[in-house]
Structure formats: C-alpha cells, structure tokens
Design a protein. Sequence first.
Lengths: 297, 429
Amino acid sequence: MKKTTKRSSAAVMNRSQRRSMRAFAPLFLLPTVAAFCIGFVWPFLQGIYLSFFRFKTLKFTTFVGFDNYEKALEDETFLRSFLFTVAFTLVSVTVINLVAFAIAFVLTKGIKGSTVFRTVFFMPNLIGGIVLGYIWKMILDGVIIRFLGSTLALNATYGFWGLVILLCWQQIGYMMIIYIAGLQNVPTEYLEAAKIDGAGSFQILRHIIIPTVMPSITICTFLTLTNSFKLFDQNLALTGGAPFRQTEMLALNIYQSFYNSVSNMGIGQAKAVIFFVAVVIIALSQLYFTRSREVQE
Amino acid sequence: MRKVFSMALVFGLMLCLFPGCTDKPADDDPQAGKVYYLNFKPEANDDWQMVAAKYKEEKGIDVKVVTAASGDYEKTLGVEIDKENPPTMFQVNGPIGLSTWKDYALDISDSEIYKELISDDFALKQDGKVYGIAYVYEAYGLITNKKLLADAGYSIEDIKDFASLKRIAEDIHSRSKELGFDAFTSSGLDGSSAWRFSGHLTNLPLYYEFTADNVTTQPATIKGTYLDNFKAVWDLYINNSATDPKTLTSKTGDDAVAEFKEGKAVFYQNGTWEYANATAIGKENIGFLPIYFGVDDAKQGLAAGTENYWVVNSQVSEADQKATLDFMKWLATSETGTMALSSGEMGFTSPFKSAKKPDNGLYAILDDMLAKGDTTSVKWMFPYTPNTDAWRAEVVSALAAYSAGTGDWNGVKTAIVDGWSKQYQASHQ
C-alpha cells in the first residue's frame, strides 16, 4: 500500500517541480556548510598562516618564515611527548579493541541481561574528559598512596598506566556498541554452514566472524587511534604532564607551548600544524591497511 | 515567485547566523563607553560583581567583571584581549608583565587616578611614563594560631628566628598526638596551593640573593646562594605536619585552609588576603610571623609588596578608555568605591590617598611592624621570574619529587637555577 502511494506521488511530480525542489538545495546545505567554514576551514587556514608568524596576540604579528618550525623541532619536550603519545596509542588501541570486541562477542551470545550490560558499559562514554580525569585522579591517587606509597604526579609510569586505564574505561563501551552492530550482521547461514562443515568455534571466529566484521574493526581502530593520539582533556586533568612534563602528550605539549610562552605563541602554532600532518598520515595509512582486508559480501 | 521566496529564506537564515550584526541594544549611549575588567583574584570575584552592580546603579555605566581561574590569568588575558570586546582594564604583575603587554598598555601619566597614589613607588613606569597603578599592597608570612601555640606552652614572642621556629615546630610535631594538632598545615603541591611555595617561598632566596648582589632588573641567570636556607624551611614545613610528604601533590589549597580553620595546625603560610578565612579561629588568636629564613632574622620582616597593577587597554575606543579611568578613579575616591576595596573578601590596603583602612588584622600586624621600624620588609622579587608559569611548574615537580623521596635536592636546585636561565632564554628568543 505504502509503496504504491509513494510511486504514484513520484510519478505525479513533474520536471519543473523537481527543478524548483533543487533550487532549495543551497538553503538546506547552508547551515552545515557555514558551520563547517566558520568552525573549521577558516580557523584551520588561519592557524597555518599564523604558524609563520611570531605573535602574542593576533593584533601584533611579525613574519618569521620557518623559524617557528625550526624551534618546534628543536624542542626536546616535543619529541619526548611524541614518543610518549606513540607508546600510549599503541597500548590503548590494542587493549580497547581487544576488550571491546570480547565484551561485544559475549553480549551477542544472548545471555540474560545483555541490554542492561550494554547500557552500563556504554555509560562512561557520556561523561566529559575533564570530569573523568579529576575523578580518576582521586580514585587512582587513593589506591596508589595506599598501596604503593606514591602519587600519580610523582611517577611517570603510574601516569602512563593511569591514562591507559582511564581511556579504556571511557572508550571500551563505545567501541563495544560498534562491534555489537557488526557481530549482529554476521549472516547466520554462514555460521550454520561452517558448523555443519565441522568448523571449531575458533575457526569460525577466525575465518567467518572477523572477516565479516572487518568494517567495524576498521572504524573502531580508526576512532581509537585518532582519539588516543589527540588525547587532551584526560591528560590535562589526570596528570597535567607531571612529573617534569614526562606524561605530557602531544596535544598538551602544544597547549603548554602556546599558553605558557610570554613572547611567541607561533611555536605552539607550528607544532599544531606538524601535529595535524602526523594525525592525517597515521589515520589515512591505518584506513588504507584495514580497508584492504575488508571483504565484500 | 518561488525563487524570490527561497532567496529571502536563505538571506534570513544568514542573518540568524550573525546575531551580532543585528541586535544592537538601542538604549545604550555609544558615547558613554563601557568597562570590562579582567580580575586576577578569584577570592574577590563576588565582591567585584557587587561593585560592578553598584557602579551601574550610581553612574549608569556597564561594568563587566570576569575572573580568571587561579594560575590562569595570562592565558585568559591572551584569549580575551584578542576578542572583539577585549578587557578595557586588566592587570600586570610588574615590569616584566608590562613588557609582555606593552602593546596594550595606555600611557596614563596624566590620569587622575595616578594623582591619587600616595607615593610614586606604586606607579608602574617605563621610560618615564606611567602605565600601571598598584591597587593593593599585600604581605605574606606565617599566619599563626596563637591559641594553639599557648596550648602547646609557647607564646608568639618565643619565635624570634629560624632556630626558635624550628625548635617549637619540632616540639609541637613530636607531641602532636597528645596535643591534637600539628605544627604546619599541609604544604600541598596541587595547583591550587603550589604557588605558595613555588612563588612565595622561593621569593625569599631570590630576595636575599638579589639584595646581596644589588640586582634591580630581571637577571638572565641566578646563583641560588640561599637555597640551603630554602631547603631548611621546606624540610621544616613538610616534616612537621600531619600530612605524609609523599602525598603532597594531591593536597589542595582548600585542604590547608580547612586544617587551619579547624585548629589542626598552628602555622599556615599565606598572606593578608586570607584574613577572612583566618578569622574562623577567632580574630584575637591570629598571629602573623615572618617566614624566618636564617639569614638576617633579627631584621627580617613580613614579605610585603604588590604584583597587582591596573592597566588600561590602549587598543579600545577612547570612550571605553575614559570610562575605565573614571571607574578607577571612582574606586579610589568615592565612598562606595573605597568601601568596596577595603571590605569583604577584598579587604585591600590600597595605596590611594582617600583609601579606607581595611578591617584586617593581618594588615594591622604588618602596620605595627612597619611602625616599629626595627625590621625590613622582604620585597617581592617574583615578578622578575621569566616565563613564570613554566618556571614554577618545574619547581613544583622538583619539590614534589624531593618530598616524596623519588628525587633529591639537586633536582630542586636545578629547577630553580637552571630553570631560570632556560626560561629566560625562552622568553627572550
């Protein structure tokens, strides 16, 4: 019934009407395009432009060429925070995806209360990073003071693992939802056929499930990779870089060199451009590698 | 027809996107100017909002006051000053702060507020021109609970120098279980508290070094001559307190205030601005001691000075500049203005001719000491610190590591001495 009315109304719409509909296209595109330009394109271009200037405020700028980039690359804290960020990203991407997949796998097995568990696991994702950072700082400091006689701010190793725990706690739920969606799309015929052919559960996982949920894996690794690499709020609130800027990640390092400098914010700006390029390279190459492993149904 | 209609819609939508272009309040007189003050002191925020409301009531001029979070003033100022409606009135901490914000500082040599200053010492000058007006004179030291001191069998007169302070503090700490209180409040190294040490306590070694070496401008390097004394005081603080030195990074400014208010500790390092909090122990019980440093204790007074200078933004319209200068003058001369500055959480001693004396026992003690004249105030040298926030952050990390036993005192020395030249380089590149 529905289908027929739809088709008939489409047939009724003549060419001129369709053209006049098209005239409205800019109207519907406008808010998004405007927001995108105001919120992203313009600041981005201005950011690149400013990275070639020495400035404290936007009113008084001096052109310095690539000077800021040279200084940014000479800065040893920048390199150190880069290495810290890479290590952090490797660990958290692995842990988050493995655990999220495992939980999703269990929760799609149809055990009692799955929906409740899904909601509970998803909830941490709804809390903002700064709030989480401070809450976890209290929790972790409490535990560390009690059992290890130290604090997060005193030991870079604790800081590192504290960040990993925090990010895992926050992100696993979200990734789990994506994996659940992927797992529910695995055709039951495949699974049945594999079972009849005598495949063990590991073989089913390895040869049927993982290849079919590959799109989910792509999107989850992409999200966790970029989220970990760009982590800022949680880093600022949990460790603030202490001790001695050893737990400072790239974004926080940029923030510090931007705002803690009395003379030249351009160095921070140059770092931000370098950071952007790094994120793009990493994200695109990851997409390329995981996409190539996706199977077409 | 439809085309016209859609165009009109698009246009209308665009107007909605730029609200600033359309809704100009009609009742505002553009000639009157407006005031926007970026306040430095979080504890005085409520009072400033009240002052703004009163000024609006009396003079009909809009005053907007925004307060930056503790330790974030420079960041906030940097962001705000680039906006379309930047602060018309902000503050710098002294000559170094002025050189950072020189492009935005209006020459106010001919202003009326400048003529209200009791002494030229309170004007911030560069090349013979006045750019900043000190609006508050402050002092810090050891706020002391005299009642607890008496309970422990001492009086405040017993503390005359570092040696006697150490003896008494250690005695109180050793008997803390039976007394029910300890010598020092927690020396928290959380951001809300760490400035008391990275800023105020480090001022003592800087002061003695700069005085001995006749340093009068920002030096590129420092020697750290008096860092052993600094260590002695810091050790005294952290070893004679109920707080485990390992946990200092998790202790906040509020923790220390609470300990002092509840009578859990005798000594609390802070300044005149904390008077309202300190009165919780009873006005008559409040004492105020210099942080005896073991260099020239007989002559050492409280650490007194200012790092608070009002500056008028030179980049705003003349109407706004005039409104701002009028507001400053009103604060310094009018009944309401002087009352506001000298009461409540502000409770400032302001260096203005018609300023009222605040009801502040800590200032009273400072005045007594100054009147007696046998001591010299320790001058505030920390406005000379290069890249202040970055320098302090490293000192705090080093102090935390030293206190917890994961680092040694050399780390603190490095952070203070090498950190100084490093940040000096960074801020002069």
